[in-house]
Design a protein around this ligand. Structure first.
Ligand code: KG4
Ligand code: ZN
Length: 347
């Protein structure tokens, strides 16, 4: 079975064709990085317009590279949220139009489910697993027991983890997106140079908080005098060490909770753009080993936003007969675990 996936929820315009045997027939990602860089962050209106400008040609390239026509597809899948609503609408409407015009089933995919299921394509991971989703918009720990079956252990009560990296990098004048730049700067720094807090570490829940850390970084920078390369590197290293400690603590807590519910098949999956960070990755590997969990991380290209994950989530849903009609709405907010989200913290 072949599915075309379309992704437009943030600042990547992407299309891909994936086979249910796991073959990626095409994988096209156009980053809008340069459009947003002058503003130091993603500007929703600019993103939506850029998706309109480029999506048609990106889809055409994905189809050509896959060597198929629309009639060869078994379904069309598009991200329906969560994300920047203008961009989501562009991809969703385009996906629906292609599905309707070529008389194929349509699947409205939750972008987070795309991140959550990618590991089943890359590692043939079996359910259940514990998922740490760390991206520019999210920081969550979820128990994944099946397609559409998510139980949230914890989430951020303020900023997302990637957002914390991006804001800290901006403060240090490292440019946008900040994550990779901050990781590079931290290599030359002393992680113990600044004493920064480890928000929520040691608490009972599996939640995260990053806004206090951000404020502490601001005070550290102000108190450090001129922003030399040494100060930059030391702040970056100290920030990254604090984030690594927090992740290790929160994930360790979630592993205890998960292990109490599942006797075997213990696997930690890490997904989202921040999973590309080596320091965090090494630390998570240590935590996983200590708790007797296998660690699975998709390659960086499939951790950051892409359309392969949307096509794959579409394939998983198609195989279960979970298709959508053309009334499926675009959603700015769409938690994977509706009950947990309704009960409290933001998704
Ligand atoms: O998953 P993603 O591509 O987009 C969202 O759905 O948000 O994640 C992008 C985020 C950005 O905040 C970026 O700074 C962060 O992932 N990121 C990193 C690294 N590479 C990307 N953060 C820390 N270290 C990295 N190496
Ligand atoms: Zn994402």
């Amino acid at each position: 079975m072949l599915v075309l996936g379309i992704e437009t929820s943030c600042d990547e315009t992407a299309a891909a064709v994936v086979d249910d045997d796991g073959t990626i027939r095409s994988d096209i990602v156009l980053s809008q990085l340069e459009d947003h860089a002058p503003y130091g962050g993603v500007v929703p209106e600019i993103a939506a317009r850029a998706h309109v400008d480029h999506l048609d040609s990106i889809i055409a390239r994905a189809m050509t590279e896959a060597g198929v026509g629309y009639r060869d597809l078994d379904a069309v899948a598009a991200t329906a949220g969560p994300g920047l609503i203008g961009g989501v609408m562009v991809g969703l409407m385009t996906g629906k139009a292609i599905a309707a015009a070529s008389d194929r089933p349509f699947i409205a995919v939750n972008h987070l489910e795309g991140h959550a299921l990618t590991v089943r394509l890359t590692h043939q991971a079996a359910f259940p697993y514990l998922l740490l989703l760390i991206s520019g918009g999210h920081c969550q720990l979820l128990e994944v027991t099946g397609v559409g079956a998510y139980h949230r252990f914890g989430t951020t009560i303020d900023d997302a983890i990637g957002e914390a990296f991006d804001k800290t990098a901006k403060l240090l004048g490292l440019g946008f997106p900040g994550g990779p730049a901050l990781e590079a700067a931290a290599k030359a720094g002393n992680p113990k140079a600044f004493a920064l807090p480890r928000p929520l570490a040691g608490t009972e829940t599996c939640d995260f908080s990053f806004s206090g850390l951000k404020t502490a970084v601001l005070h550290a920078v102000r108190g450090a005098g001129p922003l030399t390369d040494t100060v930059r590197a030391d702040v970056a290293a100290s920030f990254q060490a604090a984030v690594a400690d927090v992740l290790a603590d929160r994930v360790g807590r979630a592993m205890q909770r998960y292990a109490a519910r599942h006797g075997d098949g213990r696997t930690l999956v890490v997904a989202g753009g921040v999973a590309a960070n080596r320091t965090l990755g090494d630390r998570l590997a240590t935590v996983a080993a200590a708790h007797d969990f296998a660690l699975m991380v998709p390659p960086p290209r499939l951790c950051t936003d892409n359309a392969v994950m949307i096509a794959w989530a579409g394939l998983e849903r198609l195989q279960l007969g979970l298709t959508d009609n053309l009334a499926a709405p675009p959603r700015a907010r769409w938690p994977l675990d509706m009950e947990a989200a309704a009960a409290g913290a933001k998704a």
